[in-house]
Design a binder for this molecule. Sequence first.
Ligand SMILES: [Zn+2]
Length: 492
Amino acid sequence: MKRIRFYWLTFFIGIIVAVYVLYGARIVDIVAALAAPSPSGAAQSAALFPSPEETQYIMRLYLEPGSRIIYGETRILTSNTSGRGLGELWLTAYPNAFSKSSATPAPADAYYAGFNPGWMEFDEISINGQKAQYTSRGVSVQVLPPADIMPGNQIDLSIKWKALVPRLAYRYGTRDGVYMLGNFYPVLNVLDKDGWHNSYNSVFGDPFCFHCANYLVELNIPEYYDMVATGSYGEPIIEDNGRQTYVIQAENARDFALVLMYDYAKLQTSINKLNVNCYVPNGYKDLAQPILEKAASMLNYFNCSLGTYPYKQFSMAFVPMKGFHGMEYSGMIFLSEDYLKRGGLDQSGEMLLAHEIAHQWWYGVVGNDQLKEPWLDEGLANWSAYKYLEDVEQVKVNITELKEGVSLARELRDMYSKQDYYRTAYSGGEAFWFGLEKELGKEKVNKALRRYLATYRFKIAGTQELLDVIEKEADSNMDAYFYKWFKVNPGN
Ligand SMILES: [Zn+2]
């Protein structure tokens, strides 16, 4: 007996020595991981960094219109829920997409004053009070903590930054006294079992993958500006120097967007206690009113057919933006002024509005990696918009069959052109759903969508998770149908 014990002891010591030799300091991580208190939902924790329940952005923003610079201090409070030691963190600094004329995603006609750069610079990045090294790589920034961050440890990531807003009629830019600020602040990227989901610059599509977080934002702007932002806020505090400060709070926001405007009107309506706001240049109020009413009706429809809209208000802002008719953010959408001026609500106008609003559910409530699987949110937003047209507007929708098969399993960087992107993510995505409805019937598809929404609310889901939910609801083997769209057996 004693002899056997001795052999076992030698065996275990041998294993520990071997692991130490093979992995060196990593053993410290392994021991720490075993000893660390298990974060909520430990089984899923590897897919949840930064965890939406535990992440808060505290930001102070100061806009200087003369130089078009935003001075920002962002503190990201979270904890290491990744289940492993973190030797690096990655941020997205989207303003750097606009630093060079050769790489900008904005179309030439959006540069109304010729090419004009935009960028983000950092004055200091620190983690838990200690300075961190960092390297900017285009729209991604690698941050190296002074020491590995152990699993379960708190992270206080503090970033002092400034961003130049280009003279640009785009989703990040300024024109005619309007600041369109989407993806304008540094964001902590998502880490899961596949690694970091870092952004890259793409001239089409939405190159983003972010987790939800809570936001507390102090915004200091000149007094003559109005503003609309993701979240809730009261009247500003007026200072005696011609400036004003807003305090803004947002919960479970996928991102935080902002529009500053001058000489605008605010229209408002409400539906089932949800405030629906519309910000429109003075002089266009009459054109915007029916669009606001329509948006309220769409929100109500999606609320009933999909699941509850999670915020207290929804805002739309008409902005001088080229290259997009609409762009979605948490709790708000940007719509191009061109959309307003051309009359707005013909059938394609309704489709566009419903698509942008449906993104509140598909991308907002249930997130996805828009770089790796752009078909997920775009296909669902189109499909939901068609359902609105059919069910509420009584429009008979005919989806023309795609002549050649598309593979939905393609990421943004593998698409050759904007047309290829639209054909895959939008047309392919919506055709997947029309085909599925033919296969399973309306009720089962609705149930699958509601289950998908409930299961992944405020999280990120991928194609595999969606297909699993569909298969469960279908209660039959769906491999043949999935194979048609992905050219691989998704079960393998
Ligand atoms: Zn879209």
